[in-house]
Design a protein around this ligand. Structure first.
Ligand code: GRF
Length: 215
């Protein structure tokens, strides 16, 4: 893998995971370079965060395109010349079509607020509370053309305690996400983890189950 790892980060909103990645790079905990922050929402606060750190930004608003395929093609045209090692989805709220996924096969990562395969989709904290779960968590996975599918690389979990609500679970989840994403990217950058097609190697062994994150 190149050093530093070349990243393009895709966002739709607040960008706290983006911020965690920027902070890890600036603190030398992560050897990576963010070549672009791409948002599909013009008012995504993550664009402000990127600009504050001198990182290039671009908005490609899905509403400007007649179809998902056309939107995906515009993103591909923007991203391919940058030659990113990884496309990092960090709160990017659009489903990517098969053409996009295939163009960056094995190189698109996503963070999802649940212990996949449980609670795919939206509103995971509310659904976990409604189901009286005692634990919830975070998964970082490779993106395939299916929603919140693809091999899970890293998982972290936390207890759901009496008195927890959606906001408190979200705080617990974000705290973990902000540690997990930079950690996983650093493993990829230093070759401690590698992805070749469906074969994922971690610490020289094929990955047979998600790695459990120990904060
Ligand atoms: C995160 O909680 C992530 O799990 C989900 O979207 C949220 C993005 O938050 N996919 P932020 O924009 O990084 O603050």
């Amino acid at each position: 893998m190149n050093s530093p790892l070349a990243l393009a980060v895709l966002i739709s909103g607040n960008g706290s995971n983006l911020q965690a990645i920027i902070d890890a790079i600036e603190d030398s905990r992560l050897g990576a370079e963010i070549r672009l922050v791409l948002a599909n929402e013009r008012d995504a606060f993550g664009l402000v965060r990127a600009a504050r750190h001198g990182i290039a930004t671009r908005v490609i608003d899905h509403r400007d395109y007649p179809s998902r395929a056309a939107f995906d093609a515009a993103m591909l045209d923007c991203l391919q010349p940058l030659e990113p090692d990884y496309i990092v989805l960090a709160g990017f709220m659009r489903i990517l079509g098969a053409d996009f996924v295939h163009a960056f096969a094995g190189r698109i990562l996503n963070v999802h607020p649940s212990l996949l395969p449980a609670y795919k989709g939206l509103d995971t904290y509310r659904r976990a509370l409604d189901n009286h779960e005692t634990r919830h968590g975070v998964s970082i996975h490779l993106v395939t053309a299916e929603l919140d599918d693809g091999p899970v690389l890293l998982q972290g979990d936390y207890p759901i305690e009496p008195g927890d609500d959606v906001e408190s679970l979200q705080r617990k989840g974000h705290r973990l996400e902000h540690q997990m994403y930079p950690t996983l990217l650093q493993w990829l950058g230093e070759g401690r983890m590698s992805i070749d097609g469906k074969q994922i190697i971690h610490d020289r062994k094929p990955l047979s189950a998600p790695i459990r994150f120990e904060p």
